[in-house]
Write a protein of this length. Sequence first.
Length: 410
Amino acid sequence: MASPTVLTANAFPTFPLPPKATTSPPTSSGPIQKAELDASKLTYTFTTNSSPIPDEVSAGCSDLTVVTDHIITATWDISTGWAAPELKPYGPLQLSPAASCLHYATECFEGLKVYRGYDGKLRMFRPEHNCARMRLSATRVSLPSFDPAELQKLVTTLIAVDCPRWLPKDRAGSFLYIRPTMIGTHAQLGVQAPKAAMLYIMLAFIPRLDSPAGGMRLLTSPQDTVRSWVGGFGYAKVGANYGPSLVAGQEAQREGFHQTLWLYGEGECTEAGGSNFFIVWRREDGKTEVLTAPLDDRIILDGVTRRSVIEVLRGGVAGDVEVAEGKYTIGELLQADKQGRILEAFVTGTAYFICPVSQIRHNAKDIHIPMGHEGKHGDITGRAKGWIYDIMYGRQEHPWGVAIPESQGL
C-alpha cells in the first residue's frame, strides 16, 4: 500500500482552522509552560485506502462497530501538557498492558451525532454542552483538563474530512455517531492519578433506537443493585457508570424488556438504562405535568437531549403543561396508574433520542402507558421530538443546530 499523504494544518486544502496561538518560550529562570490542547496545531495524514461505505441498515446490524476512515488523537503528559493533535487513518491504538485505564477506570467519553440535513448541510446539535461535560467527566477521574472549545474544533474537523463521503447529501435524514474518548495511559501499576493520557475522536454508525415496536419496556432495578448514588459519579460520563450496570440490563432483556429503570433509596426513579427518564401525568390538582429526576444531588447525567426537552416544553411547544425536575418514586407511579393519571412516558439521550415508553414492571406489577399517536408516541412526546428533530435536520433554522463546513475531494 502506498504511503499516506501527510499535510500540516497550513496545507489543509479547504477547511480553515483558527490562527495558531503564539506563546513566548520559557525563560531559563521560569517554569516550563505546559501546552494546552490546541486544535490549530493539528496535523493531517490522510488514508490512501478508504473503506467501503455500508448502507445504514447493514451497518447497524453488524456485530462490530463500523467506523469512518480517520481518527483524531492527542496525547498528554504531566510534564509538558498536550502534544499537537493528529488526524490519521483509523486503526488500533498502541497501549501498555499496565496502562492506568485498564486497571483503575481512568476513562471517560462523550456521545453526540452529526446529522445530514434535508437542506444538504451537516449539523451537530448543541455540541458545546457535550464538550463541556467531557471536561467535567475527565477531571472527575483525574484525567487532564482542556478547553472545551478546542475539543469542538477537533470534532468539527473530523466531520469536515470524513462526512462528505460517509454521510453524503443523498442520505438526508441520516446520522453518524461521534465518540470522543479520553483514557489514562500512564504505564505504572499503583492507585494514583495518571501522568499520561490520550484523547481520541472517532465517527461510527449506530442503529436507530428511538422507535421500538410497541414502545420501550422497562423493568425496575434489582433491590440489591444501585447504579449511581449521592457522592458518586453518576453525573459524569465515565465507563465505570456502565460496566457494573450491564448485569441488570441483561436480566431485563432476558425477561423481555429493553432497559432497566434504575431506582434509588426509597424507590426514587432516576434513569432508564443510560438514558434520562420522563413521566407525563395528570397531577391530583388536574394539571398536566412532565416530571424528571433532578440534577442537584448529582445522581443522574445532565443529558443534552434532556436539557433541550425541558427547555422546549417550558417554551410552550406542547401547550400549557408544567415541567418539573424533582424526586418521585415508583410507588407514586403505581398509585397514579391505579387512578388513571399516567398519560405518557419517554426516555432521552443521544443514542435513543426521544423514545416513548409503553410499560414499566415493578415487583410483578405492570404499569401500561398509553402510546397515543398511531401507537407510536403520546402528544407531548411527539411535539418535543418533532421540534428538536427539525433543528437537527435543518427543517428549522435555530442556534442549537451548528452547521459544519465540508472539505470536498479528499
